[in-house]
Write a protein that binds this ligand. Sequence first.
Ligand SMILES: Nc1ncnc2c1ncn2[C@@H]1O[C@H](COP(=O)(O)OP(=O)(O)OP(=O)(O)O)[C@@H](O)[C@H]1O
Ligand SMILES: [Mg+2]
Length: 356
Amino acid sequence: MVLFEYIETWNKRRRSKSEDHINPWIYKPVEYWQLEVQNPPANKHHGSSVFTLKEMEEATRSFSDENLLGKGGFGRVYKGTLRSGEIVAIKKMELPPFKEAEGEHEFRVEVDILSRMDHANLVSLIGYCADGKHRFLVYEYMQNGNLQDHLNGIGEAKMDWPLRLKVALGAARGLAYLHSSAVGIPIVHRDFKSTNILLNTNFEAKISDFGLAKLMPEGQETYVTARMLGTFGYFDPEYTSTGKLTLQSDVYAFGVVLLELLTGRRAVDLNQGPNDQNLVLQVRHILNNKKKLRKVIDTEMNRNSYTMESIVMFANLASRCVRTESGERPSMAECVKELQLIFYTNSKGLASFSLL
Ligand SMILES: Nc1ncnc2c1ncn2[C@@H]1O[C@H](COP(=O)(O)OP(=O)(O)OP(=O)(O)O)[C@@H](O)[C@H]1O
Ligand SMILES: [Mg+2]
């Protein structure tokens, strides 16, 4: 059912936005090629490896706390070293009991689809383990952790504007790839957020946990409370009210991440007063007001790293992504093009300042 909805939405999009697919290089300035060259080679793991429970235990020193990287709505994530010496991130899935009972087949089918995803801006799925009741996903290890920690983390050097734009562009490309039918059908991420944008040694952004929501039972998210809390703030209001999932739900969540990059604030901040907890509600009305916009720019961001012109363009894009009506939001392919232009506008503006 849901698959048909994806395809329908995508087909509509393809008919109206076919130009995006034909000429993805529009607006691509010389400066931008530098970023491209730095991108690592495409996924070297084609297909998925199958691991035993014993291998998972060995890799993580029996899931020791020292190896724990974090905990999310699907379970805990551990740093691990495979027998080959490769360093990986191992997600120990905590599935609800009735999902376990469905057995390995569905898990394998879903994981096989995910392992076919191959893009520089998606975290590669190296393999999986489905041993008895145990389920693990094995991912490439991302040295610099998640984006949210870099925006809100304590004691970290804050990211400057070009780096934030580079992250936004990488994430946009990853989502645009998922939304294109690269593996036969468009995939909706469903859980796009700043903790699911991971950064490698060169601070290249890769999206993680795509397609994972499908492994969870539909409409049963309350099974894992952390997941509900973690995702609150990124929910597409149209999805919440109609229950209809579209590619545009990811675009909404992408808009929220753009706002986090701009303001350095969290999507949901429970330390704020009841009216200021939700970032979108807090800043939506001022995004197209240049004067008020200045007040919400992350004060921790180096002032010499951005031009107001690029900030205005960025805020305008974010405001369109978080529109209540899903049909009024841009496609991810459009976001990619606009972010390229914003990146270019910023570097050109900064270069002309330095000539003065
Ligand atoms: N491939 C990886 N490489 C390095 N660190 C990772 C990797 N995958 C996850 N992590 C770390 O583990 C933490 C927990 O990840 P997890 O995906 O379980 O939770 P989440 O992203 O906060 O929420 P959700 O379950 O909704 O995705 C992440 O925030 C990240 O810092
Ligand atoms: Mg995650």
